[in-house]
Write a protein that binds this ligand. Structure first.
Ligand SMILES: [Mg+2]
Ligand SMILES: [Zn+2]
Length: 343
């Protein structure tokens, strides 16, 4: 924040005494003073709209902000969520607000008796028969009921947040295939006879199978696009791999593969993130709670792009890429341990 912005926010924050003096002065200049009070705890669009509507009722808008102590009394000991030190800064930063002042009582009658606003605004939940009506009208002011429909309340917002966080996030361990799950000596592995599981694959995946992590293979198979082998060859090998895993009680939840070549400019070929996005759609996975283990730099680029935590097997990333995985591991076993230790 620029220094001048911070200053202009600070200038809006006044004590009760200062506010009284300022309003007397402004009234002499013929300004119409509007007041609106509330706790404005966990600011939301409903607050902003109602503050803007309040401002439209006169020239100068004063927000009377309930102190933490007063909120604790009328909303219970767990509120406010946001302290008055922070609430006052947020309210003062709103363009429509001219002044903001904290008050300590559970209703603003005393402050209103001193300020004597021309208009005092109130939410439709309290209505015209609000407790402040008498003191406002006795001092020549009127009550204005804000039209802004609630629908947005801090309490509703908090309930929504609790609902979201009550459900545990669905997490995944994404695995590259060739060079990660199996050795990739000659490249373009597509025959069962040439398929050699990498060291410690079974132990590592058995451990992960016992967790809540979805285990998902994401593999580039441009050998199909290059016509080195067919989709059927891939499917046949894939079925065999899954069978071997299932014999060992290893759970693989899904295998995604991209059969394109670079020329196809698809969105699924790593380092593109299409296969990760598909997994999000299919399983509701939360990517920032998920992991990707791969042996290639393109795996790490894809992982970082997809906002998952990345573990690279084998050699280090080329410096020129200016991109590092979160971890390096010597094999899948070590990678699985990193994940489990991060729980
Ligand atoms: Mg690989
Ligand atoms: Zn593709």
């Amino acid at each position: 924040m620029k220094r001048t912005e911070a200053l202009s926010i600070k200038k809006k924050i006044k004590t009760g005494k200062e506010i009284e003096r300022i309003t007397q002065h402004l009234k002499k200049q013929g300004k119409r003073i509007v007041t609106y009070n509330g706790s404005f705890d966990v600011l939301h669009v409903g607050h902003i709209k109602s503050i803007q509507e309040a401002k439209a009722q006169g020239d100068i808008l004063i927000i009377l902000l309930n102190s933490d102590a007063s909120i604790r009394i009328y909303k219970g000991p767990n509120r406010p969520i946001v302290s008055q030190r922070e609430r006052i800064i947020m309210i003062a930063a709103i363009d429509a607000v001219d002044y903001v002042s904290v008050f300590n009582d559970i209703n603003p009658k005393k402050v209103l008796a001193r300020i004597k606003p021309n208009v005092h605004c109130n939410g439709s939940d309290w209505g015209r028969s609000c407790i402040e009506r008498k003191v406002v009208e006795e001092n020549g002011g009127r009550i204005y009921i804000l039209r802004w429909e609630r629908g947005h309340s801090t309490t509703d917002l908090i309930k929504k947040i609790l609902d979201v966080y009550r459900q545990p996030a669905i997490k995944a361990v994404f695995l590259d295939r060739d060079g990660t799950v199996n050795l990739n000596k000659k490249g373009y592995v597509h025959k069962i006879a040439d398929f050699e599981f990498a060291p410690h694959v079974f132990d590592a995946l058995k451990k992960l199978s016992k967790t809540d992590y979805k285990i998902i293979i994401v593999t580039n198979q441009s050998g199909i696009g290059r016509r080195y082998y067919t989709q059927e060859d891939f499917e046949k090998l894939n079925a065999w791999i899954l069978e071997e895993f299932s014999k060992k009680k290893i759970r693989i939840d899904r295998v995604y593969y991209c059969h394109h070549t670079l020329k196809d400019r698809c969105g699924c070929r790593k380092p593109n993130v299409g296969m990760f996005i598909q997994a999000v759609k299919d399983f509701g996975i939360s990517l920032n709670n998920s992991w990707f283990i791969g042996d290639n730099k393109t795996d790490m680029i894809a992982g970082r792009e997809a906002n998952v935590k990345t573990i690279k097997l084998g050699e280090r990333m080329p410096k020129a890429l200016k991109l590092q995985p979160h971890y390096y591991a010597k094999d899948l076993q070590q990678a699985a341990d990193i994940i489990l230790n991060n729980e």
